[in-house]
Design a protein around this ligand. Structure first.
Ligand SMILES: Nc1ncnc2c1ncn2[C@@H]1O[C@H](COP(=O)(O)OP(=O)(O)OP(=O)(O)O)[C@@H](O)[C@H]1O
Ligand SMILES: Nc1ccn([C@@H]2O[C@H](COP(=O)(O)O)[C@@H](O)[C@H]2O)c(=O)n1
Length: 247
């Protein structure tokens, strides 16, 4: 491992299960968690709240440069705050997700948020969830995972998630939003969503959350070494995983 602080990156498209898996990984390893999507979502919310046009790049940048964001753990969940006000639910709407995807295509916005994200790499380690964690933000991460699933399966998961939280949902609309966001995220010029060559790819379409978790842990445990010793989280078992391949 190249540095003191171990870093595991999990990138992939919307609804692949990154957030769910990263929370479990952070808990398992006792590491910090970076939800980089939440940062783009908060930035988008601030831009919308101030009625700044997303097309006006310099005005968007001014909002980003003075963003007051805080992450706090409340009842074992991470709550997010914008200007001291909790916005955890507000940032999860599809409207904010789509606005986040638009501002995330602006190169100056991505550059302005880079150091803020890198600052999360603190002892004892970091689990980083996003689109460009392994390619741009933490290119030297020890363990890189690219997590995906078919657009239909991701839409089905979102649909179920909304129904079970009592929200009325339209499957076809969700699928079309997911396809549009995939296209925007993977076709942008700066830090597009793509699997990094040094990442293992996992297609979770036909896997349970627990099965994906076991795969990542098995792979990560075979790589993580701290102070010359293999890093063993409490209760962990390990076997050798294969790098640069699909698991
Ligand atoms: N392997 C899986 N099998 C079934 N359901 C899953 C699986 N992985 C995740 N889910 C469910 O899919 C939904 C979306 O997962 P999650 O929010 O973790 O995705 P995400 O990749 O973080 O999406 P986004 O990038 O949009 O935040 C959640 O309801 C989650 O419980
Ligand atoms: N590293 C990242 C993370 C996110 N984005 C953009 O933000 C949007 C919302 O992200 P979620 O993970 O919360 O769904 C996403 O669609 C991306 O456009 C990003 O560009 N880079």
């Amino acid at each position: 491992m190249s540095r003191e602080i171990p870093i595991i990156t999990v990138d992939g498209p919307s609804g692949a299960g990154k957030g769910t898996l990263c929370q479990k990984l952070a808990q398992y390893y006792g590491f910090h968690l970076l939800d980089s999507g939440a940062i783009y979502r908060i930035a988008a919310l601030a831009v919308c709240n101030l009625q700044v046009s997303i097309e006006d790049e310099s005005a968007v940048l001014r909002v980003i440069e003075t963003l007051d964001i805080q992450f706090k753990t409340v009842d074992q969940k991470i709550a997010v705050f914008l200007d001291g006000k909790e916005v955890s639910s507000q940032i999860r709407t599809e409207r904010v997700g789509m606005a986040a995807s638009k501002i995330a295509a602006l190169g100056n916005v991505r550059a302005a948020l880079l150091e803020r994200q890198r600052h999360f790499a603190q002892s004892p380690g970091l689990i980083a969830d996003g689109r460009d964690m392994g390619t741009t933000v933490f290119p030297n991460a020890d363990v890189k995972v690219f997590l995906t699933a078919t657009a239909e399966e991701r839409a089905r998961r979102r649909y179920q998630q909304l129904l079970s939280s009592g929200v009325d949902a339209d499957f076809e609309a969700i699928l079309s939003d997911i396809q549009l966001r995939d296209e925007q995220d993977s076709k942008r010029a700066v830090s597009p969503l793509k699997a990094c060559t040094s990442a293992v790819s996992i297609d979770s379409s036909e896997m349970t959350i627990d099965a994906v978790f076991e795969k990542i842990v098995e792979y990560a445990d075979s790589i993580l070494v701290v102070d010359g010793k293999r890093f063993v989280p409490s209760g962990a078992s390990s076997s050798i995983g294969e790098k640069n391949s699909a698991l």
